[in-house]
Write a protein of this length. Sequence first.
Length: 134
Amino acid sequence: MPSSASSTGPTGSAKSAGFVDWTRVPFKNLFPGIRAQLVPGEKLMLARVHLEPNGIVPEHDHPHEQFGFIVEGEVDFTIDGETRHLGPGDYYAIPGGVRHSVNVGPRPAIALDIFSPPRDDYLALPDAPNARGA
């Protein structure tokens, strides 16, 4: 079926419809052992987050809504003081302003996060050297 969608650039920006080629989306280092590939749109942002073994996302909060799920691996995720062990397919929803953190187990994990609005602080981070998606 023909499509009027154009291909996306390396950032996968949703400002032009198309598909995301993860091999062309650079990584951003968020925390030690935690890096993400970001695909911003006008009102939301997709983040494919790679979590290294024993990595930690320290407790924090932000004004953005954050929804997501675990794609592979396992993590201990704490939201507003409640901790749950999450694995592939487990989903989480975090309203803006709610404190949360993640502890990664002995194996790597990948999470897919959706932020609204996009996280300008993450987008402003420099690309990780020699780090493209796979």
